[in-house]
Design a protein around this ligand. Sequence first.
Ligand SMILES: Nc1nc2c(c(=O)[nH]1)N[C@H]1C(S)=C(S)[C@@H](COP(=O)(O)OP(=O)(O)OC[C@H]3O[C@@H](n4cnc5c(=O)[nH]c(N)nc54)[C@H](O)[C@@H]3O)O[C@H]1N2
Ligand SMILES: Nc1nc2c(c(=O)[nH]1)N[C@H]1C(S)=C(S)[C@@H](COP(=O)(O)OP(=O)(O)OC[C@H]3O[C@@H](n4cnc5c(=O)[nH]c(N)nc54)[C@H](O)[C@@H]3O)O[C@H]1N2
Ligand code: SF4
Ligand SMILES: [Mo]
Length: 734
Amino acid sequence: MSQREIPTYCRICEPLCGLIATVEDGKLVRLRADKEHPLSRGNACPKGIAFTEIQNDPDRVLYPMRRVTTAGSESGTAGFERVSWAEALDDIGARLRTVIGAHGRESLGWYFGNPSTFSYSHTLWLVGFQLAAGLRHVYSAGSQDINNRFVASELLYGSLTSVPVPDLDRTDFLLMLGANPVVSHGSAMSMPRIREKLTAITKRGGRVVVVDPRRTETARLFEHVGVRPDGDAWLLAALLQVIFTEGLADAQALRRQAAGVRELRDAVGRFTPEATAVVTGLEPDRVRTLAGDLARAGRAAVYGRTGTCLGRHATLVAFLIDALALVTGNLDAPGGSVFGKELVAVSKLNARLGLIGYGKNRSRIGDFPDVLGTFPAAIMAREITTPGPGQLRALFTSAGNPVSSVPNGRELSSALAQLDLFVSIDLYLNDTNRMADYILPATTFLERDDIPLPFTALSPTPYTQYTERVLEPYGEAREEWRIIDDIATRIGVQPFVVGPAAAGGLLSRLRGLPGGRSARPTPKLLADLAIRTGPYGDWFGLRRGGLSLRMLRRHPHGLVLSDAVTTGVLREIVQHKDNRVHLAPQEILAELRALETPQVDPAYPLRVIGMRELKSHNSWMHNSELLMRGDRTHAARINPKDAAVAGISDGARCLVTSAHGSIEVTARLTEDMTEGAVAIPHGWGHNGGWQRANAAGGANVNDLMSTDIADVERLAGMSNLNGVPIRLDPLSAG
Ligand SMILES: Nc1nc2c(c(=O)[nH]1)N[C@H]1C(S)=C(S)[C@@H](COP(=O)(O)OP(=O)(O)OC[C@H]3O[C@@H](n4cnc5c(=O)[nH]c(N)nc54)[C@H](O)[C@@H]3O)O[C@H]1N2
Ligand SMILES: Nc1nc2c(c(=O)[nH]1)N[C@H]1C(S)=C(S)[C@@H](COP(=O)(O)OP(=O)(O)OC[C@H]3O[C@@H](n4cnc5c(=O)[nH]c(N)nc54)[C@H](O)[C@@H]3O)O[C@H]1N2
Ligand code: SF4
Ligand SMILES: [Mo]
């Protein structure tokens, strides 16, 4: 018996906690937290530990599966049979060639989900395939997550991928909107042991103020501001209004960093705390005090996450968050909102080459601009069902479950049945790919090597880790990049990576490298090149102590790259010709002008918002016994007063109805909810090949959400998933 303990790291969410995998005879025995990881230091959450059950799950798809029943059948698992890789790939290739022959490559599409972000090879090959094949129909979880943040950065800095992070170790005041890091463990802010980092702020005499319609696990630890759902744009505008009119703005910072100050000041002029109170639900005095405290705090950071990304004004809100940091003198300053250094110089390369960006293409349905080459996933169903040139006819999904995660899952589900070809690359038969013609088995994160390329720049304490694969793939699972490569080859496309390769003549360098094959570079080779020539790189020996994969292999528990983010880098970040942060782009002024007090429809008096639970991960970890143990039910959190009005008691089943659909859930009454707001987690209500997840019940909250063009946020194509008007009705007595 050969038992080995192998250091690696978790790739379920953004802290990337260090793990030790115990492997025996090629099988995973257990995962535990790695005490030697320099930042997570023996800390991991229940999901990371429970990943053992996902790895070894008997319900996992380990062989290529082909649909045997007709598309649209309700039979789930029973509708698939095992086939060989060659059979699957050859048939997929042939069917793709038929579709392309009749309708061109513009009829092909791809949706990639959240776990793809945690695999450098998957993302690299996807981008390579997209560029080489000229794919237009590309969708991702980003339009339900963070694309508004990127567009805000494009408008502010002229740099789509430059996202500031709160400098947790040095801040005196953290204003946090729409995030619950104590449960989510932090997003667009990579930091293990995040709870400690936050409580350290108050321990050293600082403040953390949490703006959220729910008194969350994070808000309970600090100060809570119970804003009304989707009131953030009004609140932020009011904070700016007070700061400008009370002379609290940092004049020096504005002179040094910004353009458009006067226009922004004028545009927020009408948003006084008094005028906005009806939308925010907040006492004007409280907003005034908050503005003053923030402006006067020595070092303050402003941070917002998904709660601020899924409302109707998502790009405006993300924009105002950074504007507030700048106006108070806290942008690019120690303890403020700071810009980390990228492991691979994606932002610079992209600024120079312009391969993917913002608004390079417009969508056929709704005329939306693309964000990093992707269109809003909310229009995907209609791109499939609307006839005409460019209609989406053959779709791939990888690491995604859009029926569960994008608005109006029912509409998408029935649209998928109309595809000529639907292929999914996944670990499971999920709520989406149950409609697929093929499910191709992907490796888990333990079955592939990795380096977390996008996350270094998002950490207040930059760190990284390279890991080899810990396990040989189970069954016939394959790495996504190989599958993408095999599919591409069959339609005559070579997804060599244009981006990093074209810049700086990397490909020619590559030819000179021992072992480098110029024709078909591997992801590992490309990543090594990109890292070595990146901001932390060793430049092939020119920079002592610089990074290469070989160097990182000598630090198997991970490596802290610097204690803090370097500040004073704004001039390198900003790509606008005038070198200034633009505080008043036309798009934002128009959004501010258009902000109107939302009318309450008496038929839908309440507003639904999202939330995350410690033991759920989006839609895909409900098959783990460890996580589902105990009293895990899908429940709507409701303020007792709202429940009383609707005639609903604690534990009762209730009907939640929006203008777009209705679902049944269990009611959980709690004073944590501000009145008028109802919180329901997404990712429940399963109908796939994961038996425990199916049995867990619940409903797909996104059946309440709209895909109407008017409900998709204009600037970034964000789905509207927070603050959606609903009504509650009792179904039974509890
Ligand atoms: N109402 C509402 N909806 C939301 C949100 C919300 O807050 N409220 N949040 C949104 C957000 S932020 C996100 S990120 C999305 C997530 O939406 P998606 O990314 O579409 O879906 P996930 O639930 O993350 O499902 C991921 C799928 O990938 C598979 N998988 C896991 N690991 C791997 C792997 O290594 N390789 C492959 N090939 N497959 C893998 C899983 O089995 C699962 O089927 O949901 C969004 N939807
Ligand atoms: N345990 C667990 N961890 C996760 C995930 C998971 O599913 N489970 N998912 C991962 C993913 S993909 C992501 S993107 C991150 C997300 O990370 P976070 O954004 O921190 O995730 P949430 O816990 O959903 O926090 C969003 C908060 O916004 C609040 N909110 C809702 N509407 C509004 C609003 O209109 N205004 C304001 N101000 N607040 C609002 C909600 O009440 C909620 O507390 O988490 C990651 N980590
Ligand atoms: S917090 Fe995220 S990265 Fe850390 S162990 Fe949990 S799931 Fe994994
Ligand atoms: Mo996400």
